[in-house]
Design a protein around this ligand. Structure first.
Ligand code: PEP
Length: 243
């Protein structure tokens, strides 16, 4: 059976006190059955590891370098992430690809390195609006998937389909688009869990979770509050009949 998973991407939000408060709030109210992951900024990982210890929440990072160690000023290695309790790492998020110019080849190296160190990669793929308008959405996503997972043992890999044009807009991709793209990805990667990301909110979570090939969500802004994150997880579990 395919695994269900909901991950929070806090991006570059919160000061330390706020991050600790939101994390504690999540530990207090989350009692959900499906695997739940929170990916805070790097500097809060160690403190959140203490807070999440013994809870149902797993820790993830938002990025990593592919080398184990060395002269890479400002970078964070998979060994460091493991040592502060990370189980997951988001790789190839569209903001990494588009703002920080990460290439398919960088992401492939990161996937290999994450798995080598026992981290589960959440590999993000998704087309831009102009790529969709040009009729290239499937081609782009296929290229990203094939490049990222080339020669990779898929055990432990999670994929997130995040259409770039739906991220941070408040409006997710419509159900037909999500159905089509997740169905297309399913053909390529079979039993790998496929998350949907892009403006998931409590108001649309049930409808999106009702799509057969949606195995979970990657949630940005709606994961910045424990209450709204919980509502999304509740709606997901309701739609999938998890109890
Ligand atoms: C994201 O950036 O991964 C994301 C899904 O953001 P949002 O939920 O805010 O659209």
């Amino acid at each position: 059976m395919r695994k269900n998973l909901i991950a929070a991407n806090w991006k570059m939000h919160f000061d330390l006190i706020t991050a600790l408060n939101v994390a504690r709030g999540m530990v207090e109210i989350l009692d959900n059955k499906i695997e739940t992951v929170v990916c805070p900024p790097f500097v809060y990982l160690d403190r959140l590891n203490e807070i999440f210890n013994g809870s149902s929440i797993w820790l993830g990072a938002q990025n990593m370098h592919y080398e184990d160690e060395g002269a890479f000023t400002g970078e964070i290695s998979p060994i460091m992430l493991k040592s502060v309790g990370c189980k997951y790492v988001i790789l190839g998020h569209s903001e990494r690809r588009h703002i920080f110019s990460e290439s398919d080849s960088d992401i492939h190296k990161k996937v290999i390195s994450a798995l080598k160190h026992g981290l589960k990669p959440i590999v993000c793929v998704g087309e831009t609006l102009s790529e969709r308008r040009d009729g290239r959405a499937e081609r782009v996503v296929e290229r990203q998937i094939v490049a990222a997972l080339d020669g990779v043992d898929l055990d432990g890999v999670v994929v997130a389909y995040e259409p770039v044009w739906a991220i941070g807009t408040g409006v997710p991709a419509d159900v037909e688009t999500v159905k089509e793209m997740h169905g297309f990805l399913r053909e390529l990667i079979e039993d790998v869990p496929i998350l949907y990301g892009g403006s998931v909110k409590d108001r649309n979570a049930f409808e999106l979770a009702s799509i057969e090939d949606v195995d979970g969500f990657l949630v940005g802004s709606a994961s910045l509050s424990a209450q709204s994150f919980k509502k999304i997880i509740d709606e997901f579990e309701k739609a999938k009949g998890v109890n």
